[in-house]
Design a protein around this ligand. Structure first.
Ligand SMILES: [Zn+2]
Length: 144
């Protein structure tokens, strides 16, 4: 799945604090064109961004009136933490399982602000969900 240059730019400019932040991404089946940054994640624990369900639902509703599909959830990690944790994977499974059947895939980018983004794609087929690394972008490659 493509991530638009504008969204990659928004990822690159995210602050680099503890705690983790994250948010929602949207667009079409082929391209991520929208990002909603949620600075106040549900959990105060570092390394664990979870959007509130009510926030998730309200953004999805708002986007759908504008013809934008909900396409996934991103969150930040600290330096060189490009991989999804076991908790991240469990969470991605839970989100996917809650989606209506017409949504066959979601993207879960892990952003290390200022460094890179690794995007994991969750797909499902006949009730089975699969998660794999879909793309890896170094921010240096296109930032200017
Ligand atoms: Zn994580």
């Amino acid at each position: 799945m493509m991530i638009s240059t504008a969204v990659l730019g928004a990822f690159a400019r995210l602050p680099y604090p503890p705690p983790e932040i994250g948010g929602l991404i949207g667009g079409t089946d082929d391209e991520i064109t929208e990002v909603f940054v949620d600075e106040g994640g549900e959990s105060a624990r570092p390394n664990r961004y979870r959007p509130k369900t009510c926030l998730l639902n309200s953004v999805i509703r708002h986007w759908s009136t504008a013809g934008i599909e909900f396409r996934g959830v991103f969150h930040t990690h600290f330096a060189f933490g490009y991989e999804m944790s076991d908790e991240d994977r469990q969470y991605a499974n839970t989100i996917m399982a809650a989606m209506p059947p017409r949504i066959g895939s979601l993207l879960f980018p892990v952003v290390v602000p200022g460094h890179a983004v690794s995007s994991y794609l969750m797909t499902r087929e006949r009730g089975q969900q699969h998660l794999k690394l879909d793309s890896f972008h170094m921010f240096e490659e296109w930032r200017r």
